[in-house]
Design a protein around this ligand. Structure first.
Ligand SMILES: [Zn+2]
Length: 415
């Protein structure tokens, strides 16, 4: 059956209309979007997208966890597919662009390509990934990790959301009965291309229209606990104290200053601090703090951790305190496909698009695909770097430039 492209999709205003259309599923009173995995708004959005893809006669299907695919069949006999898209879920009261833009951009790009050039040699599939954010259940990248074979139902069998609803129950509610689960692993993906808002302000500050991502950073998270001695704030002389707050503040100052010394691109954040007993007139006996470390080279993260933890040991030992360091997250850095990045740069230059290379400090589905196939991640600017908020905004012009570049990259790869 021939693809039928409604002419409106070729129109620039249509991209803005589609952003608003998709944002209506799960719209919040603040003008944001809450579309949590397997919720009503999530379900409505996935089915509305499927209807739109069906109207255009793309070959659509859901896999057994709820990833939605719309395929433009290639003329080549090879079974390989170019996958392009992003995620449909949002954080609570998130923005209209995070994830949604990547799906819409891929959809519009495929329709425009068909309208101009007809069927591609290689099949292209638009994907609306079911989950990336980890906003409802305590896991992330459920969609892409199923496609890439990293997760199966086993991973979620004991997981519940904040209301106590089991993951598998929620899945069933959305029409994806776990008993009917068949592996969503795709062995036919030649490459993955995602376009996303930057969620930072680098492009805006540099007045660039597009970012071509070279790496997605690795992330390590720790919980650090220092145990000293709780004591009277008036009767304990300073030299006899084992004050966990004083020790923690030394460690935090040290780790903060050390980042730039190890590498200017390294970031480390202590975002959470618990003090015990947390009372004004008592010397604190215990402090626990979080530590989030990110860089795009693992050896830099290793070096940094080695140096700061040695200092942590030294300081706490000197003060006769106990130290415990527990790592609970370790995501490796991922390099994006160099050749496609080069292709995107060439196209951008030719089209007079202002672009730059970027390292993504945030996680994306592209990092999951990047482990199994050549992967490309493109960014468009986020106004004031704001994301995960109803104030998230990217201008129509910037959205359009991103789609233009994505379309051309897909053309070079598939036609
Ligand atoms: Zn996202």
């Amino acid at each position: 059956m021939a693809i039928q492209v409604n002419k409106q999709f070729l129109d620039k205003d249509q991209v803005g209309n589609m952003i608003e259309w998709l944002a209506a599923f799960g719209q919040t009173e603040h003008g944001g979007v809450t579309r949590l995995l397997y919720s009503h708004p999530w379900l409505e959005a996935q089915h509305a997208l499927k209807n739109k893809m069906d109207q255009m006669k793309l070959q659509t299907h859901f896999d057994s966890v709820g990833n939605l695919f719309g395929r433009l069949q290639g003329t080549d006999t090879s079974e390989k597919t170019i996958l392009t898209g992003s995620h449909i879920d949002t954080v609570v009261d998130g923005g209209k662009y995070d994830g949604a833009y990547g799906i819409i951009a891929s959809f519009v790009a495929v329709l425009r390509l068909f309208e101009t050039y007809g069927y591609p040699k290689k099949s292209i599939e638009v994907v609306s990934l079911c989950e990336e954010e980890g906003s409802r259940f305590p896991l992330t990248f459920w969609g892409s990790r199923n496609i890439c074979g990293e997760y199966t139902l086993d991973r979620v069998k004991d997981i519940k959301d904040a209301e106590g609803i089991e993951f598998l129950e929620a899945m069933k509610f959305a029409g994806f009965d776990p008993h009917a689960y068949t592996s969503p692993v795709r062995g036919d993906i030649e490459r993955f291309i995602e376009i996303h808002i930057e969620q930072g302000m680098v492009l805006e500050k540099n007045e660039n229209q597009v970012g071509i991502v070279s790496h997605i950073v690795g992330q390590r998270r720790y919980t650090i606990r220092i145990k000293g001695e709780s004591n009277h704030a008036g009767t304990t002389p300073m030299q006899y104290r084992k004050d966990a707050v004083t020790a923690a503040s030394r460690l935090i100052s040290f780790l903060t200053e050390k980042t730039n010394e190890v590498d200017p691109g390294l970031v480390a954040t202590v975002g959470r601090l618990h003090v015990k007993p947390n009372v004004p007139n008592v010397v604190a006996g215990e402090v626990e703090f979080s530590l989030d470390i990110r860089h795009h080279q693992e050896r830099i993260i290793d070096q940094y951790c080695g140096e700061i933890f040695a200092e942590f040991e030294r300081v706490t030992k000197n003060q006769e305190m106990e130290l415990s360091i527990s790592k609970w997250m370790d995501v490796k850095p991922v390099e994006m496909d160099v050749q496609t990045g080069e292709l995107a740069r060439k196209i951008a230059s030719k089209k007079n698009i202002r672009y730059q290379s970027l390292i993504s400090g945030a996680g994306h589905d592209a990092q999951v695909f990047g482990d199994v196939c050549p992967t490309t991640l493109l960014f468009v600017p986020s106004q004031q770097g704001i994301s995960h908020s109803p104030s998230e905004f990217t201008s129509l012009d910037d959205l359009e430039v991103g789609i233009d570049l994505l379309t051309e990259v897909l053309y070079k790869l598939a036609y």
